[in-house]
Design a protein around this ligand. Structure first.
Ligand SMILES: O=P(O)(O)OC[C@H]1O[C@H](O[C@H]2O[C@H](CO)[C@@H](O)[C@H](O)[C@H]2O)[C@H](O)[C@@H](O)[C@@H]1O
Length: 73
């Protein structure tokens, strides 16, 4: 029910979850590709990317700061 509510909000507004946990952990909890995720207190950020601007139906999370974060660790 909560997931459906967040998905609905994300269909109306850009929506982000910001957490102190790792981004992967948060994504595993939430499992919604429509959102922005900021893990590790904002050190690792992933956002939704539309595959096709024309139909807007294929949304995937593909942009991430993972490689930059790994360089800092
Ligand atoms: O409430 P959140 O914003 O989701 O943050 C909760 C805490 O997340 C991080 O700690 C958690 O992950 C750590 C590393 O895996 C783990 O050691 C810890 O037990 C978890 O609670 C973050 O480091 C904390 O600052 C946040 O409060």
């Amino acid at each position: 029910q909560m997931r459906a509510a967040v998905r609905h909000v994300a269909s109306l507004f850009p929506t982000a979850i910001i957490s102190g946990r790792s981004r992967d952990k948060v994504f595993d909890f939430v499992k919604l590709t429509e959102l922005y995720y900021a893990g590790s207190h904002g050190m690792d950020i992933m956002g939704p990317i539309r595959k096709s601007e024309s139909n807007g139906h294929h949304v995937e999370c593909v942009r991430s700061t993972d490689s930059e974060v790994k360089q800092l660790s």
